[in-house]
Every structure is written in C-alpha cells, then in structure tokens.
Design a protein around this ligand. Sequence first.
Ligand code: IPE
Ligand code: IPE
Ligand code: MG
Length: 236
Amino acid sequence: MPQEINIPRHIAIIMDGNGRWATEKGLSRTAGHKEGTKRIREVIKAADEFGVRVLTLFAFSTENWNRPKKEIEILMRYLDSFLDHEAIELHENNMRLLIIGRDEPLPQYIQDKIRKVQAKTKDNTGLTLVLALNYGARQELVDAFKKIIPLVTRGEIALESVDENIIAKFLYTYGLPDPDLLIRTSGEMRLSNFLLWQLSYAEMYFPKKYWPDFTRDDLEKAIKEYKSRSRRFGGI
Ligand code: IPE
Ligand code: IPE
Ligand code: MG
C-alpha cells in the first residue's frame, strides 16, 4: 500500500472491554474474547488497506495472569487458534508477525508456535503485525537494563555512549518505529503497563466502544482524528 501523507505509520491498540461487552449481554466473558478475535481480523485487514505499516495489538499483559485460571486457559486456546489460522493468512498477504513480551510462563506449545510463525513470515515486506503477549513495559525495561549493564561493566559499551538509541536497541521493539497513535477501547484512559518508552510522543485516542464493537469504520475514524492533531514534539 502506498503511504498516504499523515497516515500513522504505527498504530498501537489496547483491545479492552471484551468482558464488559459480554457481561452486559448476559454472556460469559469468554464470549467477549471470542467476538474480539473477529475484530482483530477485521482491524488487521483495514489497517493494511489504510496504509498503516505497523500494527501493535496488546493481547495479554504480564498482569493478566491474575485472572481466573479458566479464563486464561480459554484466552490461550484462542491465541493458539489465531496462530494456526491467521498465520497462514498473514503469510499469504505478505505480512510479518512479531511477538513482543517474555516467553515464560507462556505454555510451551504456544512458544513453539510463535517461533514457527515468526520464522515463516520474517522476510515479508507488507504490514508488520506485532502481538504483545505476556508483555509488560516495566519488565521490558528490566530486561533491557539486564542486557546493557554487563556490556557496560565489561567495557563493551562506554558509559558515556549510553543514550536513547542504545536503550531502544535493547527493547523488544528494536527496529520498529514508535507508535504514532495509541487507541484504547472501552473508555478506560490508562496505559496498563503498555509500551511506556515507545509511547512517549504518541497521540492518544480513547473511544468508548468495547473492543468487540470496534470495526473498520472505527479505525478509520481514529485515523481521521489523528490527522486533525497537531504534533509539535516540544516545538511551536
Ligand atoms: C481485553 O478485554 C482482553 C484482555 C485483557 C485479554 P477485558 O477482558 O479486559 O475486558 P474488560 O475490561 O474486563 O471488560
Ligand atoms: C490491558 O487491559 C491488557 C490488554 C488489553 C491485553 P486490562 O483490562 O488487563 O487492563 P486493566 O486491568 O483494566 O488496567
Ligand atoms: Mg480490561
């Protein structure tokens, strides 16, 4: 897709509200997760069509392990099925899948599948779909410090040379542009430990709709809103 002027190059989405969507309809929370996966497909396709280059979706946070075991199991099952089916479609559409987050304690079968899909799609040149899975921004920073400190101690990186670029190099997102636009559905206005470093200058957009109601048209609306913003980056 040609890059239209002013289209966000990278959109990050906190897909929130599956549980409330279902509960308000008298359904089980997992029915909300199921409907939510349909919107994932729709939004990936739409983002690609609109010319977005990178789409990051927050699928499971490091804090989501605090949920009931049964809900986690079902979420992992949906994820497994997403990796099976969607992966093929991503590949057919020249899209690349990247996973950010810690491997442990994700079930081994999920870790294996992630590696397989990432390897299969790594040379694709279309949209990059980033799934934040068992992701926490503070954990990401801890992991980066743990890699940088030994290098500095051994003299392989001079302390004076440590700057923003070096730190960014040790984050899970190395090589990706920072998100231009953050969307969080469901009306909540917080980051919940998502991409704390990378969102420094992102435009924020908080639609009231729950994720299972967030369609292609809503993504278009979000992009329209983004285009109307004036990004000054500290200037005038
Ligand atoms: C987002 O919806 C999906 C995940 C966090 C996995 P929620 O499950 O958080 O839905 P609410 O916020 O409880 O409505
Ligand atoms: C953030 O949503 C995580 C994901 C969407 C995967 P949560 O629903 O877990 O966040 P809190 O608990 O409301 O902050
Ligand atoms: Mg939630």
